[in-house]
Design a binder for this molecule. Sequence first.
Ligand code: LR7
Ligand code: MN
Length: 622
Amino acid sequence: MRLTKRSRLKSVGLVLFGATFYFVFLKRTPDKNTLLDFQRNVGDDNDVLQLDKKNLFDPDHEDESVINAPDALQNVNAGKKVFNEAPMLNKYSHEFYTASELTPWRSKPLPSPSNPGEYGKGYKIDKPSEMESQLIKEGWERHAFNQHICDKISVHRYLGDKRDQECKDRKWRKPLPTTSVIIVFHNEAWCTLLRTVYSVLETSPKVLLKEVILVDDSSTHEDLHEQLEEYVKQLDVVRIIRTPERVGLIRARLIGAEASTGDVLTFLDAHCECATGWLEPLLERIAEDPTRVVCPVIEVIDSDTFAMGITSSRSVQVGILGWSLGFNWAVQKNRPSNQASDDAISSPTMAGGLFSMSRSYFYFLGSYDDQMKVWGGENIEMSLRIWMCGGTLEIHPCSHVGHVFRKRAPYTHPGGTDVITRNNRRVADVWMDEYSEQYYRRVPRARKIDAGDLTERKQLREDLGCKSFAWYLKNIYPDLYAPPKDDIIMAGEWTNEGKSNQYCLDSANPQGSIGLKTTLYVCHGMGGNQDYLLTRQGEIRHNFVKELCLQPDGSSVLTKACVYPQGQVPFSQMWEYTENFQFLHVQTGHCMEAVDMTVLLKPCSSDASQKWHHRELKDSMR
Ligand code: LR7
Ligand code: MN
């Protein structure tokens, strides 16, 4: 299982590698399909937001990315301006909903196990006919997932109830707030959109579901116009709102929120599937404390087979961020010992698409930055804002919602990559204080992009009396390490003399995976995969999305989790940059050598392929 996932990720890397090659050598402007692929490899700042997979976590495997649980689990940091709406539930609320009171808005047709995809199983066509192969191909092109398979699976499919027993046994306290479910989309496939809607209607208690609001962000696909309008008429809690022009997912969500009337806003992407009992845990947490923002466990729906599983509580991953402002997943170690498997888990960041938040708290906290366009950045912005301004961000292990993870965005990105970088710059400039420099170091070209007017968002931060980014680092995400200036001996890219200094050390690791082999790639001066720090402690650190350290395994040079500053730098991660420009590995006494397009650890020699020269990054102000 693990191996297949790993190797699948590797093959994704190769595809991306190809896209970059295409761009760098043919100097073509990337078109809409290669745009995101391009960013991922050269190291733009939105790479991990479009993770193709959420790797399944194996708690017994030491190589996983692991972070420490913060000490502060609760709302420890109320800002100056306090949100003082009384919670709906208090310690005297002892009444529970009965099962029949929680009857879903619509009942699910009985599943027939022989139907494709039932019980969350994947579906594969063994020997597709020529015509079928053509359909499959067209589906992938149009939606970046296997639409043909998606169409074969019932929009009512039953996922089974695979929750942990503790979750199944839970009773939910009364009264819970109502929610509006807001689903924004641009050119979504009919099968995923409708399955998202039905899964909401067929799993959400009628008493809790006020409405489902579909916000069509100016889709051009014909079926999403009258046909959809007609179709949803039969589902009387579902409404469609159309944006006047393509406004991007952030403003589309704002439009949906404005039109909604429920106590709580619940956002979902348009290719999700809610599992039994997903809503009650989210709403109960908010009813107890309206400053909690609660995410379900986001399950992977395979983009090829549409298989979907359920994660058990002990394997739930939380959201983190890297200095390039990319989002990623990690497992928390040292979870508080009194934490039960049906307790919410606090999370430093959220993926962004799936969460519930009290409507009034959403507006109290400044909703979204409406100057952010199309896609990206808003999830990190909101995560930082929640934590720094007095709220709590958490994941409830009893709430499970699937999401189709795609390898590329199937839609156009008006404004190209600059728009995403601009969104991220707005996050860095408003929320990161002096640490914004860490972002600019990773994404040097961001300095040249105009972030627009930030006055309002800075004023919001001031008005809410939010804490500093340093506070966030210390209390919420202590594992995001920024080596102090004095510890950095040299930072930038490393060219290889044997390759005429045209090729650089390259992690080929846009997703921050652990255990990948270091490679060579044509120097691009843009940081990202080619940004390395040599530290006073002797480490070669690399952080594009995650803090990683170079550590050999046999003759390969791998990116591994750093040990310092939690512990001493191990000999296996200690390097010396010699006066002959070699990277000497202290433990083995061997040197890094460029061999073809790879980097290997070899006995030291005076060969030019072992000479590495430091070069500052383009656009860098250091
Ligand atoms: O211009 C647009 N207008 C839209 O309405 C672009 C997109 N959209 C819609 C789109 O149809 C979809 O329903 O917005 C929704 C999200 O877009 P995706 O599915 O292309 O985004 P994603 O799943 O790749 O990206 C994640 O990060 C985004 C950053 O802006 C959003 O926060 C997404 O909601 C978010 N998705 C998730 O959190 C699901 C888990 C993925 C992970 C990790
Ligand atoms: Mn999505």
